[in-house]
Design a protein around this ligand. Structure first.
Ligand SMILES: Nc1ncnc2c1ncn2[C@@H]1O[C@H](COP(=O)(O)OP(=O)(O)OP(=O)(O)O)[C@@H](O)[C@H]1O
Ligand SMILES: [Mg+2]
Length: 321
């Protein structure tokens, strides 16, 4: 690779737009991507979250060459998708959301065929290693149509790895995969990343994005509405809950606490929802103590990524980011 390409981002997308043309009688077009700007650096694990129909697969399928963009610029590993298609394709391995396997090929044949398509020479092929890493060795010679859904998805992951791409893109890799295998796939993704592969994945499991990803982008209705580390996204919400358990039943909330807008949970429990940016937990405790209420226990609930996701993607959200 040329020196100037080494320093380029893994994926760089500028003003990416996709309009699906109408095929139905009503001639309704669908704008699936409304001008996305996104840079994914080399070595990152980047997660793309978003509700159904947000445009995640459209984005990924454009990178994979399965969907033709309507507008904008895409660079993969420094190669422009319009002018250096071959180099861009060689730099990326994509696991699409839809299972597309030839039912009459065995996993071994599928991997060999895919490697052949990418021009990987026989001596450089890693079919055996890939089968083993994906725990498919036992079924390597059977028909793909006899495999379970989870096995098929793993084989799809394997197919995307045959040419050892520096960038691996996975569209919902763990959909329909059982808990144990999901963990196994996570480990594999982390392992590949530790060895230098850049990872882009979409998921509906927020836990997956939280655990795996360095940065998370949230797509909503064709727009990238947030993009940051998990901690920064969570701090955007600026909300915490303090739940206080008191020693005695209280009759009414003391006046001195009213400006904190307490919520009565039960006769001994009060909840305070506050913004950590302008009020801290010590100040609240001090006020409670000075109002002569005796605290026997308390709990702080932090915002999690799920709350961020919901507040960004739900139309009637009261939080503006
Ligand atoms: N081939 C197509 N023709 C017309 N519209 C399409 C086509 N593919 C996708 N769409 C529309 O584009 C929008 C984005 O779809 P996309 O599959 O990219 O969403 P997604 O975020 O991957 O959703 P999911 O979470 O359900 O996989 C949706 O409204 C979808 O109906
Ligand atoms: Mg999708």
């Amino acid at each position: 690779m040329h020196d100037d390409l080494i320093s380029k981002p893994a994926i760089e997308v500028k003003n990416l737009q996709k309009v699906y043309l109408a095929r139905d009688k009503k001639k309704i077009q669908k704008t699936a991507l409304k001008g996305i700007n996104l840079t994914i650096n080399k070595g990152e694990i980047f997660g793309l979250l978003g509700p159904n129909g947000a445009g995640k697969s459209t984005f990924i399928n454009i990178l994979a060459g399965l969907v033709i963009k309507s507008n904008g610029e895409v660079n993969i590993n420094g190669y422009n998708l319009d002018t250096s298609v071959r180099e861009a394709r060689q730099s990326i391995g994509v696991v699409p959301q839809e299972l597309t396997l030839d039912p009459f090929f065995s996993p071994r044949d599928s991997l060999e065929l895919q490697a052949g398509m990418y021009g990987v020479r026989k001596k450089d092929r890693k079919t055996k290693e890939i089968l083993s890493a994906l725990k498919l060795t036992d079924v390597a010679n059977g028909y793909a149509r006899r495999m379970s859904g989870g096995m098929k998805r793993r084989l799809m992951v394997g197919k995307a790895m045959v040419h050892s791409p520096p960038i691996l893109v996975l569209d919902e890799p763990t959909a329909g995969v059982d808990v144990e295998l999901r963990r196994h796939l996570w480990e594999m993704v982390q392992d590949l990343n530790n060895k230098g592969t850049t990872i882009l994945l979409t998921t509906h499991y927020i836990e997956e994005a939280e655990q795996l990803c360095d940065r998370i982008g949230i797509l909503n209705d064709g727009n990238l509405v947030a993009c940051d580390t998990k901690d920064k996204l969570v701090s955007l919400i600026d909300k915490k809950e303090l739940i206080v358990k008191l020693q005695e039943n209280f009759i009414s909330i003391p006046d001195s606490l009213k400006d904190l807008k307490p919520i009565i949970v039960d006769k001994k429990t009060i909840k305070f929802i506050y913004q950590p940016s302008n009020l801290n937990f010590h100040k609240i405790l001090k006020k409670i103590n000075s109002s002569k209420l005796n605290i026997i226990d308390f709990e702080i609930n932090e915002t999690d990524l799920e709350e961020v996701f919901l507040s960004i993607t739900q139309k009637n959200s009261s939080i503006n980011l």
